[in-house]
Design a protein around this ligand. Structure first.
Ligand SMILES: C[S@@+](CC[C@H](N)C(=O)[O-])C[C@H]1O[C@@H](n2cnc3c(N)ncnc32)[C@H](O)[C@@H]1O
Length: 291
C-alpha cells in the first residue's frame, strides 16, 4: 500500500474518532469565541481598531501604505484594502489573536517546516487545537507550469494532477514537523498529512477561529482553498493567507472569492488587511452572527 493511501486511511480513522463529537474533537472542547453582535458595523469598527492599533504599536521601518494602495488598486476592487505600515504577519497575529480573545481552534494550510504553525500557537496560548495541513509530497515541476517549488502537484498534459518525486525528504520533513510542534504544544498540535481540499472535508463547518492559507499559490489552488476553508471559519473568525503580494494570484483569488460571496451585511465592502512585509499576507474577518 502506498504511503499516500496509508496516510489517508490513518487520517480518516483518526478523524472519524475525533469527529464523533465534532466540536469536542478537533476543537478539544473549545467552541467559536466571538459572540453575536447586535450591530455589525460596530463589530467592523471594533476589529478594525484592533488591527490598526496593532500596526501603530509595531516598531520598525515604516512602509509607504499610500503608494502601495495606488500600486495595487486593481487588486482591490469590490473590497477595501487596508495597507499596514509596519506590522508583519507574526506581529499582527501576536496582537490580534489575543486582542479579539479567540480561544477556539486554528489551522494552517501549507506548513512546510512548521515555522508559521509554531508562530500561530505561540501568538495566543489561550487558543485550542491547531491543525497543520500539508501533504508533504515532493514533485519535479510546478503547479500549472508555475515554477513554485512548494506546489505539491503538477498538472500533466491531459490536465490530470500527477508527478510525485522521491519522497524521502518530505517524509523526513513531516516527521520533524510532528516532533517539533508536539514538543512545544503536545495538547494543541494536530498534524494532518493530506491535501488541503481533502483535509477540509473532515472538518466541521464553522469550527475554526483562525485559518491561515499558504499551500498552493496558483489561482486555481488558492481559489479552491478559499472555497474549501472559508465555510470552516467561525462567525467573527479571522482568515489569512500568504503572498498577497507575490505572483499576484493569491490576491486575484481572494478578490474573486470576496466578489462571489454575499458579504455586506455591515453595509460596507469587506475589509482586507495587507501586512507590511514582502511577500505580504492578507487578513480578513468573517462577520459575526447577529442577534
Ligand atoms: C510556502 S510553503 C508553506 C510555508 C509555511 N506556511 C510557513 O509560513 O512557514 C507551501 C507548502 O504548501 C504545501 N502544499 C502544496 N500544495 C498543497 C495542497 N494542495 N494542500 C496543502 N498543502 C499544500 C507544500 O507542501 C508546502 O509545504
Amino acid at each position: 500500500m502506498s504511503c499516500q493511501l496509508r496516510c489517508a486511511l490513518v487520517l480518516k480513522l483518526t478523524m472519524a474518532v475525533l469527529l464523533h463529537d465534532p466540536h469536542a474533537s478537533i476543537l478539544g472542547g473549545a467552541t467559536c469565541s466571538v459572540p453575536c453582535w447586535r450591530d455589525s458595523a460596530a463589530w467592523v469598527e471594533h476589529s478594525d481598531t484592533l488591527i490598526l492599533k496593532a500596526d501603530n504599536n509595531t516598531r520598525g521601518k515604516e512602509r509607504n501604505a499610500q503608494a502601495r494602495a495606488k500600486h495595487f488598486a486593481h487588486l482591490c476592487s469590490g473590497m477595501e484594502c487596508v495597507f499596514l505600515r509596519r506590522a508583519d504577519r507574526s506581529k499582527l497575529l501576536n496582537r490580534v489573536l489575543r486582542g479579539i480573545g479567540y480561544h477556539g481552534a486554528s489551522a494552517e494550510i501549507g506548513v512546510w517546516q512548521g515555522a508559521m504553525s509554531l508562530a500561530i500557537m505561540r501568538a495566543n496560548p489561550s487558543m485550542g487545537r491547531h491543525l497543520s495541513v500539508d501533504p508533504w509530497i515532493g514533485h519535479m515541476g510546478g503547479c500549472d507550469k508555475l515554477a513554485d517549488r512548494h506546489c505539491a502537484m503538477v498538472r500533466g498534459k491531459n490536465g490530470s494532477l500527477v508527478r510525485k518525486a522521491n519522497n524521502t525528504k518530505f517524509d523526513g520533513m513531516h516527521r520533524n514537523v510532528v516532533t517539533s510542534l508536539s514538543s512545544y504544544f503536545p495538547r494543541r498540535s494536530l498534524v494532518v498529512r493530506n491535501f488541503s481540499v481533502e483535509a477540509s472535508r473532515l472538518i466541521p463547518d464553522s469550527s475554526l477561529d483562525f485559518i491561515y492559507i499558504d499551500g498552493r499559490h496558483d489561482l486555481a489552488g488558492v481559489s479552491e482553498d478559499l472555497a474549501s476553508w472559508w465555510p470552516k471559519l467561525c462567525r467573527g473568525g479571522l482568515l489569512g493567507g500568504h503572498d498577497w503580494i507575490g505572483n499576484g494570484q493569491a490576491a486575484q483569488a481572494l478578490r474573486k472569492w470576496i466578489k462571489s460571496q454575499p458579504f455586506g451585511t455591515t453595509g460596507r465592502p469587506p475589509r482586507v488587511y495587507i501586512t507590511a512585509e514582502n511577500p505580504a499576507s492578507y487578513f480578513t474577518f468573517r462577520e459575526p452572527c447577529r442577534w
